[in-house]
Design a protein around this ligand. Sequence first.
Ligand code: IMP
Length: 428
Amino acid sequence: MPAYAVIGGQWGDEGKGKVVDYLAERVDGVVRYAGGNNAGHTVVNDKGEFHLHLVPSGICWPEVYGIIGNGVVVDPEALLGELRELGDRGIDTERLCISERAHVTMPYHVLLDALDEESRGELAIGTTGRGIGPTYIDKTARMGIRVGDLLDPDSLKPRLEQTLDYKNKVITAIYGGEALSLDDVLAKALAWGEELRPYVRPTEQIVQDLLAQDRKILLEGAQGTLLDLDHGSYPYVTSSSPSIGGACTGLGLNPQAIAGVLGVYKAYSTRVGGGPMPTELFDDTGDKLREKGHEYGVTTGRTRRVGWFDAPAGRYSQQVNGFTGMVLTRLDILDGFASVKICVGYRAGGEEIARFPADTRLLEKCEPVYEEMPGWKEPTARATDLAQLPENARAYVRRIEELVGCPVQIISTGPGREETILVDTVIP
Ligand code: IMP
């Protein structure tokens, strides 16, 4: 009963959408287990270019189930918009299933995300502003609204009444904001429920049944391990568990069902939002990487921070997730650089720091120790076979493999499905 996970090894935006779309042909279901529409997954295939935020990236394959598990937080407005757009572009969305246990991002969550961030001032997290943190706060506080609640007006009304009364007190008394109207929010929520009803199914059972029939599923991670609420650079993290543990709790999946864990890494580093990033570049090289890689967020359009590959951070992610294989994306963006650097360790206050530290203040002080390797002039862009890569590019890949401690199984050499080198079988 094999499940295969595709998980971000850095700070998100590693190109997981493309990898999932590429691998989805070999599976029966693609399952999102954490995060919400803070994610932005780009998929480019024969049907066009798609920017997905909540719909699993396997949606373009007609036979594949797209499942939104209980660990995801769902903004119905965003999801319904995405479904309409996919429908308009000829993509069949009938095989989408949403967990009745998934929590709903309500209008007050989006408002509170903005108010929270504003009140943090200089210490702002730099969230995507999609209400993700406040939705998970309510889940933990046991005052969340779940997708199943939207289908049941009798239970929704009293729950919403109580919650909104509390939220409005916070919005007005603490932040000086404007209260939301119960009637408006309730009407919206009930309308969402009616539109979502055909998609709401017991996803844990669907996942378990697929696996019991020996059918394969792909667990689609969102964000990245270094943004994990527990394992990332807290507090500059998201509010869910993008790493492998989140897949078990976010789906009701037992760990024995997981046959492979694929870590997706960009050939350099990027990050959006606040928080430490030891290899961040502020010079012309950084600008060149950003422009060449068009490093602007899919969800918010924000400029991404860019830097060289950070191997201690990559190795740490490998250890947290137990990656059985690695995908290296965007290798083509490094084409034409005279030399390329890899951070192999850190130095802080005169001391060497070999591991990615848990102490965020220490991480902020970490200076990268670089190893410099010769670049390559010949293009890797669009290569489909390892033999097509220039020797220096192959040496770069081998060095990353060594430092992260995990074999490279796929190399992505462009955004399209075909612009891929399959080094080793991932899903038999
Ligand atoms: P939130 O998830 O919107 O609360 O944002 C928390 C942090 O995670 C911020 O630094 C965001 O920029 C970052 N973040 C959230 N989702 C993504 C993503 O899909 N890619 C990259 N960064 C993300």
